[in-house]
Design a protein around this ligand. Structure first.
Ligand code: NDP
Length: 287
């Protein structure tokens, strides 16, 4: 029977630690400021942006909000980023994705100065992760490392399988696990005999984007299962990429949806913001 990994509790702990850190920085005259840019009014994006601003307010990070019209041109957005890049009082810049189709996301990500790239999406940040230099790390995979470490789960030497190779989850996840000295396999849609591959995993991270695809047939007895997926089912309830009720009896620990990986993403974004203002935080050291 599995232990439930409590992402809500662990993210709350991290936010408390960050709040203390920000209070101490303020006493030294250092302020942490995040600029949040949203283009258009996509309802899901508005919820994410609202949650990020709420987390900033709780921790004591100042947030500057830029709500731009859907019709905003790429040039206008790039000009705003350039202005924020140059402002000494702005430590981090976050552009909520996805952007409207007339704007080139890669171009926008590249425009953010790497030292303000709190999402960790800039090619320089990704490159630093790849070669083991300190830099901002994509928040969801960074949060998963914290979930595992703070739940007392050993990573070094373990067989880890990541399903998914996206730039924001699968690939940085694999690199972080490698940095933690795991033996890492990345599976994707062209992987043959997926069940055989995933059954080798001591730690299985699932970022496949398919509701409840992973059942107990994919899991080795006693494995740790981390579910990154977020979906709404027919009853409008949240579920993950893993069939939680089915895998629960065979794994040793599992993350629920909601309340697993999701809350960690915002906590690690806050950690990156504090770091962007020069505040060292124990959760963000290069691993
Ligand atoms: P993507 O759709 O970008 O990537 C999905 C990956 O899964 C791809 O690499 C794809 O392979 C692979 N894949 C698809 N089908 C299969 C299959 N049948 N067998 C094996 N591999 C398969 O998704 P993301 O990485 O952006 O997100 C994954 C999930 O995590 C989504 O549910 C998303 O909503 C959620 N998410 C949650 C976050 C959180 O904070 N909790 C943050 C970010 C994402 P290929 O490359 O070959 O196409």
């Amino acid at each position: 029977m599995a232990n439930q990994i409590d992402g809500k509790k662990i993210s709350a702990q991290i936010k408390e630690e960050l709040k203390e850190r920000v209070t101490a920085m303020e006493a030294e005259g250092k302020k942490v400021t995040l600029a949040v840019i949203q283009v258009g009014k996509d309802p899901a994006s508005s919820v994410y942006v609202g949650n990020k601003k709420k987390a900033c307010a709780y921790i004591g990070i100042h947030s500057l909000s830029y709500e731009l019209e859907e019709e905003t041109s790429q040039e206008e957005l790039l000009a705003l980023i350039e202005e924020l890049n140059g402002r000494k009082d702005v430590n981090g810049i976050l552009v909520q994705l996805p952007l409207p189709s007339h704007i080139d996301e890669n171009r926008v990500i590249r425009a953010i100065r790497p030292e303000k790239d709190v999402d960790g999406f800039h090619p320089e940040s990704v490159g630093k992760l790849c070669i083991g230099q300190p830099g901002f790390v994509s928040c969801t995979p960074a949060g998963i490392i914290q979930l595992l470490k703070r739940s007392g789960i050993e990573i070094a030497g373990k067989e880890c399988v990541v399903i998914g190779r996206s730039n924001i989850v699968g690939k940085p996840m694999a690199l972080l696990l490698l940095r933690e000295n795991a033996t890492v396999t990345v599976a994707h849609s062209k992987t043959e005999n997926l069940k055989e591959v995933t059954k080798r995993a001591d730690i299985l991270v699932v970022a496949v984007g398919k509701p409840k695809m992973i059942t107990k047939e994919y899991i080795k007895e006693g494995a740790v299962v981390v579910d990154v997926g977020i979906h709404r089912n027919e009853e409008n309830k949240l579920c993950g990429d893993v069939d939680y009720d089915d895998v629960w009896p065979v794994c040793s620990a599992v993350t629920p949806v909601p309340g697993g990986v999701g809350p960690m993403t915002i906590a690690m974004l806050m950690s990156n913001c504090v770091e962007s203002a020069g505040g060292w935080f124990s959760g963000s050291e290069p691993v």
